[in-house]
Design a protein around this ligand. Structure first.
Ligand SMILES: NC(=O)c1ccc[n+]([C@@H]2O[C@H](COP(=O)([O-])OP(=O)(O)OC[C@H]3O[C@@H](n4cnc5c(N)ncnc54)[C@H](OP(=O)(O)O)[C@@H]3O)[C@@H](O)[C@H]2O)c1
Length: 357
């Protein structure tokens, strides 16, 4: 079986995906009879290409694209990401463009164009799920295709797949966890005596913090993740601005570290619960954790999530250091889920000649 992929965005995660598909080529074939081919690629600055016959991940990598030449056997594609998502001769769009947390665009439009033209979508981009999940879920169902997004929270750690495939008839009642690695890395440094500024510099040197760390320290990254989790797992309809961000940022971190009791650990924590009126409320705040709290033991860049369920009580997931490799793995698991016909709204026949061949 061949699944033809259109790769929209090819930075750290796209490159890691090409490497992983190359490395796992034989396992994919042996375990799932699956060959992943690339029939197109597009980035903002490198432009696009299509190769209707399909290239292997190794062929795309060896071209050096998007930094080098177009892959051999491809022809240039002139349109933008939306045109590419709608027109690339592929069974699935792999959407790996940069996140725009305020609006989710243009990724929402990319995902919409692909679903509306009968293509499955796998994305690691939180924007479309945080801003337009209900609409996109309905569009996917209408067109009999799948929308998968395992890597949007905690990289490739199975959260949505866990809920979808291993927790039948289960209601997720709430969740909490330290979801933002940069804030918690900086807090660990501060608890060891560093200033906020030194902690941020160390996080930037370690490659986890952006040039402007306020997106992480002010709780926006955690808010976007909270919304993705709440909307998908608890059927909420929140947007990032609906999340209560309480006493966050550099000055609040200094104050909270100074006030920390001995043996306690400070983490930036996300929490969501369903109120008596049925609405889901989500928050991000700095929380002093007692030594007995499992999350208190997480090292700098580790992240975690505890689900409160009506069947299993509490379930806790902890991710060691994440990154593009783990994120690419989540994308790969989503692609495998689609070809195995496990995902909701999978079209049973071949969508456009590729899947099922
Ligand atoms: N890195 C991780 O570990 C991680 C973890 C979880 C989730 N994610 C999410 O995964 C996605 C990809 O992350 P990344 O680390 O690979 O980002 P990245 O290295 O910055 O790469 C982003 C890619 O998207 C392209 N792009 C951006 N805007 C575009 C547009 N409008 N049209 C076409 N291409 C566009 C960029 O092209 P140019 O370079 O030509 O501008 C680049 O190829 C992001 O949404 C991120 O939030 C990443």
């Amino acid at each position: 079986m061949e699944l033809r992929l259109a790769l929209l965005g090819c930075g750290n995660v796209g490159h890691a995906l090409l490497e992983m598909v190359t490395e796992k080529e034989h396992d994919l074939l042996r375990r799932f009879d699956l060959r992943l081919s690339f029939t197109g690629g597009l980035t903002r600055s490198a432009g696009g290409w299509v190769a209707p016959e399909g290239l292997t991940a190794r062929q795309v990598l060896s071209s050096g694209w998007p930094l080098g030449e177009l892959p051999t056997g491809s022809v240039p594609f002139a349109g933008d990401g939306v045109a590419f998502a709608a027109a690339c001769p592929a069974d699935a769009l792999v959407e790996l463009t940069s996140l725009r947390p305020q609006t989710g665009e243009p990724a929402i439009s990319h995902v919409r164009a692909a679903l509306a033209s009968g293509r499955h979508v796998v994305t690691a981009n939180k924007g479309p799920i945080a801003h337009a999940y209900r609409d996109l879920r309905e569009l996917a169902a209408e067109h009999g295709v799948s929308l998968r997004f395992e890597s949007t929270v905690l990289d490739g750690t199975p959260i949505f797949n866990l809920a979808d495939f291993t927790l039948p008839v289960t209601r997720i009642l709430g969740f909490r966890g330290p979801l933002n690695s940069t804030s918690n890395f900086v807090l660990s440094q501060m608890m060891a005596g560093a200033s906020v500024e030194d902690g941020v510099t160390a996080a930037q040197r370690a490659g986890v913090a952006e040039a402007d760390p306020s997106y992480d320290l002010d709780g926006w990254d955690a808010s976007v993740k909270a919304v993705v989790l709440a909307n998908v797992l608890m059927d909420a309809d929140l947007r990032p601005a609906d999340v209560k961000r309480l006493k966050l940022g550099a000055q609040a971190m200094r104050t909270a570290v100074a006030a920390l009791k001995p043996r306690a650990t400070l983490k930036q924590m996300v929490e969501a619960t369903r109120g008596a009126d049925g609405h889901v409320e989500a928050s991000v705040r700095l929380v002093p954790l007692p030594p007995g709290d499992a999350f208190a033991h997480l090292a700098g860049m580790e992240t975690g999530l505890r689900l409160r369920t009506d069947t299993m009580g509490e379930l806790t997931l902890i991710e060691g250091e994440g990154g593009p490799g783990q994120t690419a793995f989540g994308v790969l698991t989503d692609l495998i889920t689609i070809v195995r016909g496990l995902a909701p709204s999978v079209r049973r026949g071949p969508p456009s000649g590729g899947l099922g061949r």
